[in-house]
Unconditional design. Structure first.
Length: 203
């Protein structure tokens, strides 16, 4: 039985990690939570490099590093879990690369999509939840800025616009959830969307 692949997307500090964790807790043992980049030995090392504010990377190198980490995650974690019939919940996936590197960095959506199609073997999420929040509101949330957040609101605004475009182009996969509310309220909506997707998959 094929599982369900759910991804959580949004700008920095939109609450993705919190919502992915809460969703996995609600689903119990049948869920596998992963994060991007990360989740494998290679992915975690790549994550350290990509998040380090002291490291300067070209947009091209950035995109390729994300794709390399994603290839490992898909092969070693995501596909095996889906083949077992589990619900995989990923904190970011390919749409992050399309939004950040393809659009915001100006590398081109088609070019970045091609890299990731190769890296993932064409794997596409069954459901993608976009946590929608104004970049100014997200920036006020606590946390140490990483290399991406340190670039300021303009980058986040470009990323949000890219996400909105992706969601509009594929309404069958994307669901927008307002993230400027208490985490419990956001979670209730996210869980409802996942349950609806599961019902549709098993219909």
């Amino acid at each position: 039985m094929q599982g369900l692949f759910v991804t959580i997307e949004g700008i920095d500090r939109s609450g993705k990690t919190t919502q992915a964790r809460m969703l996995c807790e609600a689903l119990g043992d049948e869920a596998l939570g992963v994060r991007e980049p990360g989740g494998t030995e290679v992915g975690e090392r790549v994550r350290e490099l990509l998040k380090d504010p002291a490291v300067a990377l070209t947009p091209e190198s950035e995109a390729l590093l994300f794709a390399a980490a994603r290839a490992e995650l898909v092969a070693r974690m995501i596909r095996p879990a889906l083949e077992e019939g589990r619900v995989v919940v990923s904190d970011r996936f390919l749409d992050s690369s399309l939004a950040y590197q393809g659009a915001a960095r100006g590398l081109g959506m088609e070019e970045v999509e091609a890299i990731n199609r190769f890296a993932t073997g064409g794997l596409v999420p069954d459901l993608t939840v976009l946590l929608s929040i104004d970049p100014a509101a997200a920036a006020l949330r606590a946390g140490e800025p990483d290399r991406f957040e340190g670039e300021g609101a303009r980058l986040q605004e470009r990323v949000l616009a890219a996400y909105e475009g992706l969601a509009a182009a594929d309404p069958g996969r994307w669901r927008r959830v307002g993230a400027d509310r208490p985490p419990e309220q956001v979670h209730a909506d996210v869980l409802a969307e996942v349950e609806a997707a599961r019902s549709g998959a098993h219909a």
